[in-house]
Design a protein around this ligand. Structure first.
Ligand code: PMP
Ligand code: GLN
Length: 389
């Protein structure tokens, strides 16, 4: 049957015309199709603590199943404020300066949405977590990427300064860093303080890997520094802290002036997030020492993975934090990293992430990222396969 006069070609002006499906979904799907060992998307393949599961199950059975207060459960916000003080000496008012979110991603989105106006410029350091640039663009902002390169991905702050204009509204930082595993040093912090002094530039500090930091290094949360605390949204993710990435629960802390704006958006974005999980997590955090063991737990995985990988032809890059290990394959092949990643899945049965996916420009340092938040057996099997390259 012909549509005749009813036919109409719908014109859709995409808000994100160049954006496709995220690399994490693409590589995880490919891994599944080829029954490859999936070290691409960052998530653990071991279970969360059964005690945590019991606390959440008890909350559901105990009828904590209706809307939580808009900014989150007070008990959980109190625990977060206590943690920020205990670990970083930073005072956050749990009533006014802490909000529970649907994971780090929503916290990032909401912080940007509450601040970015049409034409505002946001400086990001690439390789950068893949949600930053599209979110900025969606909001009418302009992405100002500062490219960092292998092997050490150090920031040259004198060069960063050149990106500053009258329209610079925000800087996004991420330490420990996904995908490179680098961490900010005290010299980086000093440079950041100096650069932002006497400006109205805000900072979005993505600290979702705050406890995944190795070799005795201390996490330099921006909230430790009053000059930075006053201008920063700090984002965290319970997915990373509790090995529950599928729960999509996280939080944002920020001084009251910033948090007021954040909550204006949050209330219409999600209003509030999953009640029984907030209750369960709060009771679990009260009963258990959760954070202390995390650096050692992940460092053991990093050390095992690095020692296994050192027998392969892949060249290890430094990894000081996060649950990602990057490798260079430049000495083996001059294929594009996207091609190499697909070939590793199809020919060797191991999935990784090509680091070019974290740059807005066509930048290919021939680096692949592997997630080591996996069981020993998974890491051993994966490297057995990588030895064949
Ligand atoms: N920021 C970074 C750097 C990440 O790696 C991730 C994802 N793991 C997030 C934010 C998002 O966290 P969530 O899964 O809690 O949304
Ligand atoms: N943060 C995870 C990673 O970097 C993935 C998150 C996602 O799939 N969106 O692999």
């Amino acid at each position: 049957m012909s549509l005749g006069t009813f036919a109409h070609m719908l014109v859709l002006n995409s808000k994100l015309p160049t954006v496709g499906t995220t690399i994490f979904s693409v590589m995880s799907k490919l891994a599944q199709e080829h029954q490859a060992i999936n070290l691409s998307q960052g998530f653990p393949d071991y279970p969360a603590d059964p005690k945590l599961i019991e606390h959440v199950a008890a909350a559901i059975k105990g009828d904590h199943n209706q809307y939580a207060p808009m900014p989150g459960l007070p008990a959980l916000r109190n625990l977060i404020a206590e943690k920020m003080y205990a670990l970083y000496g930073a005072n956050y008012d749990p009533d006014l300066e802490v909000t529970i979110t649907a994971g780090g991603t929503q916290a990032i989105f909401t912080a940007l949405a509450s601040i970015i106006n049409l034409g505002d410029e946001v400086i990001i350091f690439e390789p950068a977590y893949d949600s930053y640039a599209p979110t900025i663009r969606l909001l009418g902002g302009l992405v100002k990427p500062f490219e960092l390169h292998a092997p050490d991905y150090q920031i040259n702050w004198e060069m960063v300064k050149k990106l500053f204009t009258a329209k610079t509204r925000m800087i996004i930082l991420n330490s420990p860093h996904n995908p490179t595993g680098s961490v900010l040093s005290r010299a980086d912090i000093d440079a950041l303080i100096k650069l932002t002094k006497h400006t109205d530039i805000l900072i979005l500090s993505d600290e979702v890997y705050e406890h995944l930091i190795f070799d005795g290094a201390e996490h330099l949360s921006l909230c430790r520094y009053p000059e930075l605390r006053e201008r920063s949204f700090i984002v965290a993710s319970f997915g990373k802290l509790l090995h529950t990435t599928g729960w999509k629960l996280g939080y944002c802390v920020a001084p009251v002036q910033l948090m007021n704006e954040f909550r204006k958006v949050h209330q219409f974005n999600v209003f509030s997030v999953n009640t029984p999980m907030q209750v369960g997590i709060a009771n679990y955090l009260k009963a258990e020492q959760v954070y202390e063991g995390l650096p050692t737990f992940f460092q053991e995985k990093r050390d095992l993975f690095r020692s296994l990988l050192s027998e392969t032809k892949l060249k290890l890059l430094p990894c000081m934090g996060s649950y990602f290990q990057c490798v260079s394959y430049r000495e083996i092949s001059d294929e594009k990293d996207t091609e190499m990643a697909v070939r590793l899945v199809k020919e060797f049965g191991v999935a990784s992430i090509p680091v070019s996916a974290f740059y807005t420009k066509n930048t290919d340092d021939k680096i692949l990222r592997f997630c080591f938040a996996k069981k020993r057996d998974t890491l051993e099997k994966a490297v057995e396969r990588l030895l064949k390259i």
